[in-house]
Write a protein that binds this ligand. Structure first.
Ligand code: RIB
Ligand code: CA
Length: 332
C-alpha cells in the first residue's frame, strides 16, 4: 500500500489538502460541496459535473447554484463532464429522493454563475499533471468522468495523490438493487475501471453512510439559522422528510458529505485495505461492489471504510453548515 510518509491517512499534515470534487447534485452533493468549501482542512481547486441524480443539464445548473449559495470565488472552476455512462445508455433515475430538479426545489429565480469552458475529463487531467502527487480527486457521483480521465489521459491517473469515492456497498445492501449502490449501478464499467486501475482509492460506501444518519431534528435546527446555513438546512430538512416518508426513519444518510469528511476529517472513519472490483454483467448483481479484504496476492490499492464515528460526523456536519450562518464567508 501507500508509502507511510506520503499516505493520505498517516502522512504528515501539511496544511489544507488540495482537492477537486466531481459531483452530480443531488442534495447530499450540495451539502458535501458546502462543507468542502467551508473546511479549513481543504483547498477546493475546482468542481466538475457528471450526469447521475439528474441530467447533466440539471446537474450543471444545480452545481452552479450551490457554488453561488456557498459564496464560492467567482473564478472557481466549474467544468461540465459526461452526460452519461461510458459504456451504456443512461437510465433516468426513477427515485426523486432529491426532490424537484434534484435539489428539493431550491432553484433561485436568478440564473446561476456560468460554467467554465472546457470538459471535465481534460480539465481534471490537466490539474493532476500540474501538481503531481498533490491533488486528491473526490468523486461523489457516477465514476464516468473519472474512468474517462484514466483512459484518455493515462499519465494523469498516477499524478493524483489519491481518489476518494462515494459508492458501493461492500457488506451492506444496496440502495438501487439489493446488490448495488446508485453511483456504481449508474456506471458499473466506469467503477470497475477505476477500482482495477491500481491507483490508491478509498471507498466510502453504504456500509458507513447508512451507519451515520443525520437526524431530522438537527436538520430542522440548521433550517432555523440565518443566511446560507438556513437555506442548506432547509435542503437537508426536506431531504430527511422524504427519507422519513419513504423509510419511516427520522434521520437521513448524507452519503457524499461523509466522502468529503474522509479527506477533511479522516479520523471519523476506520479502513480496511485490499482489492476491489464491480460486477458489470450480472442480471441481479449489476453494479455490485466486490471487495476482497482477505490477504490476496493482488495489488492492495483499495481501502474500504468499515467503521464510522456517527456522532462525530453529525457534529462535523452541523458545525460545517453553521459556519455559513454569518454569511458566505464562513466566519461564524
Ligand atoms: O448512493 C448514494 C449516491 O447516490 C450519492 O452520491 C447520492 O448523491 C446519490 O446520487
Ligand atoms: Ca452524488
Amino acid at each position: 500500500m501507500t508509502d507511510p510518509s506520503t499516505d493520505p491517512l498517516t502522512g504528515p499534515a501539511t496544511g489544507p489538502v488540495p482537492v477537486v470534487i466531481d459531483c452530480d447534485p443531488g442534495v447530499d452533493d450540495a451539502v458535501a460541496l458546502l462543507l468542502a468549501l467551508a473546511s479549513p482542512h481543504l483547498d477546493v481547486r475546482g468542481v466538475t459535473t457528471v450526469a447521475g441524480n439528474v441530467s447533466l443539464t440539471d446537474v450543471n445548473r444545480n452545481a452552479a447554484h450551490v457554488l453561488d449559495l456557498a459564496g464560492a470565488p467567482a473564478d472557481l472552476p466549474l467544468v461540465p463532464g459526461l452526460a452519461g455512462p461510458i459504456a451504456r445508455t443512461r437510465r433516468i433515475r426513477d427515485e426523486p429522493m432529491h426532490g424537484a430538479g434534484g435539489l428539493g426545489g431550491l432553484l433561485p429565480a436568478s440564473p446561476p454563475r456560468p460554467l467554465t469552458p472546457g470538459h471535465a475529463v481534460d480539465w481534471l487531467a490537466e490539474q493532476a499533471l500540474r501538481s503531481p502527487g498533490e491533488l486528491t480527486l473526490v468523486a461523489i457521483g457516477p465514476l464516468s468522468n473519472v474512468a474517462a480521465v484514466l483512459a484518455r489521459h493515462p499519465e494523469a491517473g498516477p499524478a493524483f495523490r489519491e481518489i476518494v469515492v462515494m459508492g458501493g456497498a461492500a457488506f451492506a445492501q444496496g440502495n438501487v438493487t439489493p446488490a448495488a449502490e446508485f453511483n456504481f449501478h449508474a456506471d458499473p464499467e466506469a467503477a470497475r475501471y477505476v477500482l482495477e486501475s491500481g491507483l490508491p482509492v478509498r471507498i466510502v460506501g453504504l456500509d458507513v453512510t447508512r451507519a451515520a444518519l443525520y437526524p431530522l431534528e438537527a436538520a430542522e435546527h440548521l433550517a432555523s439559522l440565518p443566511g446560507t446555513a438556513g437555506t442548506a438546512g432547509g435542503l437537508l430538512r426536506e431531504y430527511a422528510r422524504r427519507y422519513l416518508d419513504r423509510f419511516g426513519v427520522p434521520a437521513v444518510p448524507v452519503h457524499d458529505a461523509l466522502a468529503v469528511a474522509a479527506v477533511s476529517d479522516p479520523e471519523l472513519l476506520g479502513w480496511e485495505e485490499g482489492s476491489a472490483s464491480v460486477e458489470c454483467s450480472g442480471e441481479l448483481t449489476r453494479g455490485a461492489l466486490v471487495a476482497d479484504l482477505r490477504t490476496p496476492d493482488r495489488a492492495r490499492n483499495v481501502r474500504v471504510a468499515r467503521t464510522v464515528d456517527a456522532d462525530g460526523f453529525s457534529a462535523h456536519l452541523t458545525e460545517g453548515i453553521t459556519r455559513y450562518a454569518a454569511g458566505p464567508d464562513h466566519t461564524a
